[in-house]
Design a protein around this ligand. Structure first.
Ligand SMILES: [Fe+2]
Length: 496
């Protein structure tokens, strides 16, 4: 029986051919020196389809979630990779074929999986309350054991929440350890309802608020400050009739304004105000904070049009990414102003994405940003590796928002970075002082390595290159799990 992945850009090439690997490797090869104060795990997740798409083709975002863990211990790094055992993965393993159709369209699924969670758990993996939460924004989280990566099951916070969508980008309050999260399309596919949750550091729900969005648009990421949560509402909308008819979940709306929903964290009911901005695209938020005069400042990469070519507008048109103006932007929202117009200025004028702040400053005024950059002025070896793939970034960068200084590293004309994660050098090190950890794909060689950068000298290149004997497909998001007692794979601590 033939079992072949399609020869499309979503399933081929060094970045997007499925990896489909589960297993573990002790003591990866290391070039350079892994800092001894890095003690814990870097965990991240990739959409990585186990089976070829049921309908013959699919988008990258619909792959099964495969979690990678790099465990750092005394300069050594162990590696483990394991799929999230979602309901859909277990069903398709039993059938030995994909049973799911169009992305986020359960009406196109095989009847045998009707009623099962549609989650791929493929977007982010977040440590919380002693577990890892594997997240996909259309479904509840999946909980995983942080040590074994065993899937513990769908997680509704011990029956404290109903079966609602749950963002892949929850925020952890750096002071209280609380987790703040939301779900959109929360009362059913294409509904305008948003639910916002807060849980204390022990996972006890302390707040649940429901509001309505002005349209059923995508809300992929959000921001949290001490007094507000801010929802960036993307003019890429869901329509139930279209979805019931087997169509795409999202469709770009070039005539719709971008919106920011500002919800008070203090009011009992859904006290939300929607600000407007010109039509634009956004995926992630760097951070947000409140000024002394009450204004909210929110930094995020943005583009002048739709980057997600796989969610085109109604007539099927999509824009070429290189024709769009992309930048890191600073938005100002004034809850006390009579105008609902958001103000914007440019912080960094080049295409950038996967922004990370120092996690100790979430919701607070920040000075340092880490991100991937696509600098079109740098060489690109198209003759060797073909056209630039989706999410190709050729620099990893540290941007000092105080001085405007950019400290960046270019690895080569056939190399692509994956999302960086910041790790503080110590609990009390200054903001932005620490390490950047990121996967780096060498597209010409078809190899992947994990690099460790010192944030104070990014342009010098990695202090350690941790070599994988296999190629990892492009992932989405990851995080550092601090563990001063980490012992690595299969090693039992003397205190156990
Ligand atoms: Fe994301």
């Amino acid at each position: 029986m033939s079992l072949r992945f399609p020869k499309t850009s979503e399933f081929t090439g060094s970045l997007y051919a499925p990896s489909r690997f589960e297993g573990q490797i002790r003591d990866l090869e290391v070039e350079g020196q892994v800092p001894l104060d890095l003690r814990g795990s870097f965990v991240q997740v990739a959409p990585d389809p186990e089976y070829p798409p049921m309908l013959g083709d699919d988008i990258y975002f619909n792959g099964d979630g495969a979690v990678s863990a790099f465990r750092f211990i005394q300069g050594h790094v162990d590696f483990q990779r394991r799929y999230v055992d979602t309901a859909r993965l277990l069903a398709q393993r039993k059938a030995r074929r994909s049973l799911h159709g169009v992305y986020r369209n359960p009406f196109t699924n095989d009847p045998s999986v009707a009623g099962l969670s549609n989650s791929t758990a493929n977007t982010n993996i977040v440590p919380f309350n002693g577990m890892l939460l594997a997240l996909k924004e259309d479904s509840l989280p999946y909980a995983m054991d942080a040590n074994s990566l065993e899937t513990l099951g769908e997680w509704n916070f011990r029956d404290q929440i109903t079966n609602t969508p749950f963002t892949a980008h929850p925020k952890i309050d750096p002071v209280s350890g609380a987790l703040i999260a939301f779900g959109y399309e929360a009362k059913g596919i294409a509904s305008r309802d948003i639910v916002c949750y807060e849980f204390d550091r022990h996972g006890i729900k302390t707040r649940e608020v429901w509001i309505e969005a002005p349209y059923a648009g995508m809300i992929h990421d959000f921001a949290v400050t001490p007094n507000f949560v801010i929802f960036p509402l993307l003019p890429s909308t869901a329509d139930l009739d279209r979805i019931r008819g087997g169509g795409r979940h999202f469709e770009w709306q070039p005539e719709l304004d971008f919106r920011f929903g500002v919800l008070s964290r203090r009011a009992e009911a859904g006290d939300v105000r929607w600000f407007s901005a010109p039509n634009c695209f956004q995926a992630h938020v760097l951070n947000a904070y409140e000024e002394a005069d009450g204004k909210i400042v929110l930094d995020m990469p943005m583009a002048s049009g739709n980057i997600f070519y796989f969610f085109p507008q109604a007539d099927g048109r999509t824009e070429q990414p290189e024709t769009l103006k992309s930048e890191l932007a600073r938005w100002t929202l004034d809850p006390h102003a009579s105008s609902d117009r958001a103000q914007v200025k440019t912080l960094f004028p080049w295409p950038c994405e996967f922004p990370r702040c120092d996690y100790r400053y979430v919701g607070q005024r920040h000075q340092h940003a880490f991100m991937l950059v696509m600098d079109p002025r740098l060489p690109y070896a198209e003759e060797r590796i073909g056209p630039r793939p989706f999410q190709f970034f050729n620099q990893i960068a540290h941007l000092d928002l105080g001085s405007g200084h950019v400290d960046a590293w270019f690895s080569g004309d056939t190399d692509c970075f994956q999302e960086p994660t910041f790790v503080a050098r110590s609990a009390d090190s200054p903001e932005g002082d620490g390490y950047l950890i990121a996967l780096l794909n060498h597209l010409a060689e078809g190899t992947t390595e994990l690099i460790v950068m010192d944030t104070l000298r990014v342009q010098d290149g990695p202090v350690a290159r941790i070599k994988l004997p296999l190629r990892l497909r492009m992932s989405i998001h990851g995080n550092w799990v601090s563990d001063p007692h980490a012992d690595g794979l299969g090693v039992t601590s003397a205190s156990d």
